[in-house]
Design a binder for this molecule. Structure first.
Ligand SMILES: C[S@@+](CC[C@H](N)C(=O)[O-])C[C@H]1O[C@@H](n2cnc3c(N)ncnc32)[C@H](O)[C@@H]1O
Ligand SMILES: Nc1nc2[nH]cc(C(=O)O)c2c(=O)[nH]1
Ligand code: SF4
Ligand SMILES: [Mg+2]
Length: 258
């Protein structure tokens, strides 16, 4: 359920409290829609704020136009404990730009939760993470002036400079069980996926199987996915990578809190 419609929002501070806190855009219970754990009931904690600006970002209100309430780590943990779930997905925005995300992950680990972190792979942290769900951003994600949803085009260069950090990616792959989940817009993306995976294999001792490389169709809505999912499934088959659906979009389209 989005924070705006949640009772927590009524208690939540609009400015950062003194205690350890995170800017939270939404906190809800759903089925993990993406990746190796697709279908698993999970609590989602969505932080606000991102260091990138993908033109296609399906969480516009955490990146292009961030909005949030400040919740203390205590409040977030209490809210999570109110659901009957043992999996927690920490996402954003980019959750790893906030130091306090590490504190949240430590508290969840102490309580025995399985944690997945959805990250763009540009920030390496040291935290108890059970699955690093890393989604490195390809050139096709860059907000060129024609694609920038605000029409300004002023994030193009910053996004381009930051989107791939091979050192951070290698650290994440070495530290955590990892899935590499690439958003695919079409066949032209595959060459950059091949190069990125190769570069990573050269930088790390850790084995990266093709089955750990997931191709996910770009699409914020069912009708977007109607255009992309077949093409991306065929690319996965052709190149030996894994396909991941966007189960939540198939089930609930682009409804918030799903
Ligand atoms: C909103 S992001 C938040 C986490 C992190 N910033 C990242 O990009 O990995 C959550 C996931 O949604 C994916 N995503 C965002 N917009 C998408 C779109 N239009 N189509 C498919 N996947 C998308 C991201 O690549 C990432 O795997
Ligand atoms: N159901 C559901 N599964 C998801 N897996 C990753 C998500 C994300 O936004 O990070 C997401 C999401 O927003 N909803
Ligand atoms: S990195 Fe993630 S949250 Fe940031 S703009 Fe891209 S998809 Fe959105
Ligand atoms: Mg999402």
């Amino acid at each position: 359920m989005p924070v705006d419609a949640d009772p927590v929002a009524e208690r939540a501070a609009e400015t950062p409290p003194e205690a350890d806190a995170l800017p939270i855009n939404e906190l809800f219970h759903s089925l993990q829609g993406e990746g190796k754990l697709a279908g698993v009931p999970s609590v989602f904690v969505r932080t606000s704020g991102c260091n990138l600006r993908c033109w296609f970002c399906d969480s516009y209100h955490t990146s292009w136009e961030p909005s949030h309430a400040w919740l203390t780590i205590d409040e977030i943990v209490a809210e999570i404990e109110g659901y009957d779930a043992d999996h927690v997905v920490v996402t954003g925005g980019e959750p790893l730009i906030h130091e306090e995300t590490v504190d949240l992950l430590e508290r969840l680990d102490e309580r025995g939760y399985h944690t997945t972190v959805e990250t763009n792979g540009t920030v390496a942290v040291d935290a108890p993470i059970d699955l690093a769900s890393v989604s490195p951003k390809l050139a096709s994600s860059t907000p060129t002036p024609e694609r920038d949803p605000t029409g300004e085009g002023d994030w193009e260069q910053r996004h381009e400079q930051r989107r791939l950090d091979h050192e951070a990616l290698a650290t994440l792959v070495e530290r955590y069980p990892t899935q590499l989940k690439f958003v695919v817009t079409g066949p032209d993306d595959v060459a950059e996926i091949d190069r990125t995976v190769e570069e990573l294999r050269e930088r790390t001792e850790t084995t990266i199987d093709d089955a750990d490389v997931l191709l996910m169709p770009e699409g914020q809505t069912r009708s977007d996915l109607d255009e992309t999912r077949g093409v991306v499934a065929d690319l996965a088959l052709e190149h030996g990578y894994r396909y991941t659906p966007r189960l939540h979009v198939d089930l609930w389209n682009d409804a918030p809190g799903t």
